[in-house]
Design a protein around this ligand. Structure first.
Ligand code: 6R9
Length: 654
């Protein structure tokens, strides 16, 4: 059924789809123009999609000017994010399902949590946190599996004005400890164990290990997910299930400023430790809600499923905040796409009659490898819109998604955005914009993308252009600062190209003005849709006693998009061996987590360096990509002969 992909393919929304859509082609153009010509007016209007306790009078106060980076939206308004996601729906849809929870094991029953129940659960969690001493502005780390309590915890923090920071449950104790310390959290919320794909991760014992490196005052709230064995520290550990039985059903939502931080989410960059991306309350929520409605053409009564984990920004904006602000029914899935078999996603789509399905290209590639059999067993006729996020989608995967999952009748929205952007910046609107496989197409309302020449930093104004992607002006969902380090915020995003927000991505704009993301231009790699700094993996490797030096690059990987390729120089006298290789992989898993495991490790007696000692990553990337015929100029190397050795012993022999 899948036809050979071509770069010229164009898929316009059907007339039937467009007729029911929130936004058609003409409306898109008119609304986009309005949003750019008069952002104040546009956002004054769209800021009203959320409920304000005290309405804002100021709309946009933003500056990208050097030394004065300052981003504020709706700054004098007050609101409560949890009340927006729950309370305001109680009257009209209190008995409607807010969250469908689909457990890891398909033999266990799914749970349907109504808005009323969500209100009760969130209030109880909020009261528990207050009992534990959490106050407005305090930080709470959430280290939970994909269970409804993760949403209760997020919304409970928002309710009392605490700032949550979710740490993906796949991260190691070390990574968890660093983040608890990084944001000086008062409480960490975890579970006994996390079932996933038929296996189980001992989250509580990971947390115990992390807390050994944290202040004694950090308290731990434990949700019993499996009832499995855990150790217990009286005075420090609190039993959520027990406390929830006693806790009061009501907790008043705190009146928060639009610019009060809602959450911190750590993400990788090209240098140093992950940084804490800070998002606001008002602008973030308005943007998450608006993009959720328009990008997915969400209508009342639709069942929305985003397969991400709440540990990533996609889960924040499109499992919890966007959908719930819109009064949607959102699915939270605890499992993985291939457990118990490669039909699981489609079984869940059929079972819950999913209308919008949003996933990552890496998952599609993995499922595609199992053929069409596991798809054809299920009725997918409820699906109206398909979405992708996290990395560029290759045309083969796009066509499979379109033909086999969407049966050629569901628009595909390829959404480009980042932890930093809070919501979609480049994306088709499904009733308005003809798609081209592999292109995130056009900007969302209020977004001004520009392509700069990477060398000169000058804006390329021709329609067809290639260079680095920057954004010229602020949008409400933009991050506000790096937690505790506003200077780093400016240095990372506003210093390479002055007066622009620099995305870190390379990009091409075609003759139709469509944007094609070409991948990161910095030392960030994208492994299975997870963002990773090569510097983080390198510092984990050099922390091993046998490692003298390490350089990490990405290389093309059929399923993961990019794999992790590590060049390792051992300490004098240490002999390379298969055992050591395995040991290093294990080491990185324990330092960061399984997602950071190197796929290939090459022993490198020497690394290509400039005379000033800088590692020439460009060369290492080429060797890892098996593209060593075009290494470019290596005359500036201190010792060009190391390159021949590396080529001869390269790991990626295809
Ligand atoms: C939401 C999310 C951000 C980086 C981003 C880019 C890549 C995301 C993409 C995409 C091509 C898409 N990326 N979506 N590349 N097409 N549709 O993924 O956030 O984890 O911060 O990653 O992911 O390189 O800069 P985050």
């Amino acid at each position: 059924m899948t036809h050979a992909p071509s770069a010229d393919d164009r898929f316009a929304p059907s007339a039937a789809f467009a007729a029911k859509a929130h936004v058609t082609a003409d409306q898109y153009q008119a609304m986009y123009n309005a949003s750019i010509q008069d952002p104040e007016r546009f956002w004054a209007e769209h800021g009203k999609r959320i409920d304000w306790i005290k309405p804002f009078t100021k709309v946009k106060s933003t500056s990208f000017a050097p030394g004065k980076i300052d981003i504020k939206w709706f700054e004098d308004g007050t609101l409560n994010v949890s009340a927006n996601c729950i309370d305001r729906h109680l009257e009209t849809r209190g008995d409607q399902t807010a969250i469908i929870w689909e457990p890891d094991d398909p033999k266990d029953a799914a749970q349907h949590i109504t808005y009323k129940e969500l209100h009760r659960r969130t209030c109880r969690m909020a009261n528990i946190l207050e009992t534990m001493g959490v106050r407005r502005g305090d930080r709470v780390v959430i280290y939970l599996p994909m269970i409804p309590e993760a949403a209760y915890a997020m919304l409970a923090c928002a309710r009392i004005g605490a700032v949550h920071s979710i740490v993906f449950a796949g991260f190691s104790p070390d990574a968890l400890g660093t983040r608890i310390n990084g944001c000086d959290a008062k409480v960490v919320i975890t579970a006994d164990h996390a079932p996933r794909g038929g296996r189980s991760t001992p989250l509580k014992s990971n947390t115990d290990a992390a807390l050994l490196h944290c202040k004694d005052s950090v308290k731990c709230l434990v949700v019993r997910r499996t009832g499995g064995q855990t150790s217990w520290a009286d005075g420090r550990d609190f039993d959520y299930n027990e406390m929830a039985m006693e806790a009061d059903d009501y907790c008043a939502p705190a009146e928060m400023g639009a610019e009060d931080p809602l959450f911190i989410l750590y993400t990788s960059g090209s240098t140093g430790q992950p940084k804490g991306v800070v998002h606001s309350s008002g602008g973030y929520l308005a943007y998450a809600a608006m993009t959720h409605q328009y990008t997915f053409d969400y209508h009342d009564g639709d069942i929305f499923w985003c397969t991400a984990d709440v540990g990533w920004v996609t889960g924040h904006s499109y499992i919890v905040y966007g959908p719930l602000a819109n009064g949607a029914t959102t699915i939270m899935f605890e499992g993985v796409p291939t457990y118990p078999d490669a039909g699981r996603f489609w079984e869940v789509c059929q079972k819950h009659k999913v209308n919008q399905f949003y996933t990552a290209p890496t998952a599609l590639r993995a499922l595609m490898a199992h053929g069409n059999g596991p798809v054809e067993k299920y009725d997918l006729s409820s699906i109206k819109v398909l979405g992708t996020v996290g990395e560029p989608i290759n045309p083969e995967a796009w066509n499979w998604y379109n033909d086999v999952i969407g049966k050629g009748k569901c628009p595909i929205v390829d959404t480009w955005w980042q932890t930093e952007t809070g919501g979609h910046l480049l994306t088709p609107l499904p009733g308005a914009i003809a798609t081209k496989p592999g292109s995130a197409t056009l900007p969302f309302f209020g977004v001004l993308p520009v392509i700069l020449d990477p060398q000169t930093g000058v804006e390329i104004t021709t329609t067809a252009a290639e260079g680095v992607l920057c954004i010229k002006d602020s949008w409400p969902g933009q991050m506000r600062t790096v937690y505790g380090d506003h200077e780093r915020f400016e240095k990372t995003y506003f210093s390479d190209y002055k007066n622009y927000y620099f995305t870190g991505d390379g990009c091409r704009r075609d003759e139709d003005g469509y944007y094609w993301i070409t991948g990161r231009v910095d030392d960030v790699i994208n492994v299975s849709g997870h963002r990773m700094g090569t510097a983080e993996v390198e510092s984990a490797l050099v922390a091993h006693a046998d490692v003298a030096e390490a350089a990490v690059v990405g290389y093309p990987h059929a399923i993961k998009g990019q794999g992790i390729y590590a060049y390792v120089t051992l300490m004098n006298g240490v002999e390379p061996s298969e055992d050591l290789r395995k040991d290093l992989v294990k080491w990185v898993r324990s330092e960061i987590g399984p997602i950071a495991s190197p796929d290939l490790i090459q022993w490198a007696p020497g690394l290509p360096k400039t005379r000033s000692g800088k590692i020439m990553r460009r060369i290492l990337r080429k060797i890892a990509e098996n593209d060593h015929t075009t290494l470019g100029d290596i005359s500036t190397l201190a010792d060009p002969s190391v390159v021949d050795h590396l080529i001869e012993h390269r790991m990626n022999k295809v």
